[in-house]
Design a protein around this ligand. Structure first.
Ligand code: ZN
Length: 291
């Protein structure tokens, strides 16, 4: 099942996408929460009601009549992993980590499919990182890896846009990984039954149609379930948390000379079973000042 967050006629809500369009859950199952994190927190019963409602409903909204948003508009946490693909570790020349190298992206960095990725006024070293995103489906702590699949709501494409100079000039990645618009998510959240094994998925990234990253999630050093075990040792994971599992080789930073994104570029990421996430790159608009 493909869960989406969309805006139509000024209202943002959730739905289920199938081959014919989008079932508006606020109409088909009005008792369910209309926001994705609340919907996921409502658990398996809510998911089953949504599935039944979608099967019964004949009404579909056309994709052309709506704006698809990030499936999770405001994840409680966005946890990301550095150096988690064997081929990417090789290209950076770094040592293979023995423990996952975890950092946060701020939840305000999320943006949706088709929305502009800003080249900020503060830097011209903006880089792409196509990644598999794991979305948590329930409150959990101390999850052993052999049961980690139980806490996964689904998978989505995550774009870990990175501002390289801000990322590496101090010891922590927080500032360089968290600029507004630097976490495109989507286009939908695909439930595990439809994805199957998350560790056999091809992942590709194109810039202006040129293939830059081409790998498979079998290259993950720490897999999705090991990451859940590791993270939940320290803190509670919550419905809607996104774990961005790391990027394979082929980032612009590693090219010789480095090849960063600039306004006018388009980045497209495709992952098997998860669709395609495409975003244009734009200069940070003047109107981002807010006080
Ligand atoms: Zn990354």
């Amino acid at each position: 099942m493909k869960l989406v967050t969309f805006t139509q006629s000024g209202a943002t809500r959730i739905g289920i996408m199938d081959g014919e369009g989008v079932v508006d859950l606020s109409a088909a199952a009005p008792d369910l929460p209309t926001e994705m994190c609340a919907f996921l927190a409502a658990g398996a019963d809510a998911l089953a009601s949504a599935r039944r409602a979608a099967e019964k409903s004949t009404a579909r909204l056309a994709l052309a009549d709506m704006t698809l948003e990030a499936p999770i508009l405001r994840p409680p946490k966005i946890l990301a992993v550095g150096l988690n693909y064997r081929d990417h570790i090789e290209e950076t020349g770094m040592k293979t980590p023995e423990i996952p190298m975890i950092f946060n992206k701020q939840s305000t960095s999320v943006t949706g499919p088709g929305k502009g990725i800003h080249v900020p006024r503060a830097s011209d070293q903006v880089d792409y990182e196509g990644e598999l995103g794991v979305v948590i489906g329930r409150y959990c702590r101390h999850v052993p890896k052999n049961r980690a699949a139980e806490v996964v709501a689904g998978y989505t494409i995550a774009h870990d846009v990175s501002v390289r100079d801000w990322q590496i000039r101090v010891p922590t990645f927080t500032m360089g990984k968290s600029f507004d618009t630097h976490c495109p998510l989507g286009p939908y959240l695909v439930t595990p039954d439809e994805v199957g094994d998350p560790h056999t998925l091809d992942l590709k990234t194109w810039v202006n149609g040129e293939l830059r990253q081409s790998s498979n999630t079998c290259q993950l050093l720490f897999d999705c379930f090991e990451l859940i075990e590791h993270l939940s040792t320290s803190f509670t994971l919550e419905p809607g948390d996104v774990i961005s599992t790391g990027t394979p080789s082929g980032v612009g930073f590693a090219m010789k000379p480095p090849n960063y994104l600039k306004p006018g570029d388009t980045v497209k990421i495709a992952i098997d079973k998860l669709g395609e996430l495409e975003n244009p790159v734009v200069a940070e608009p003047e109107n981002t000042v807010r006080m």
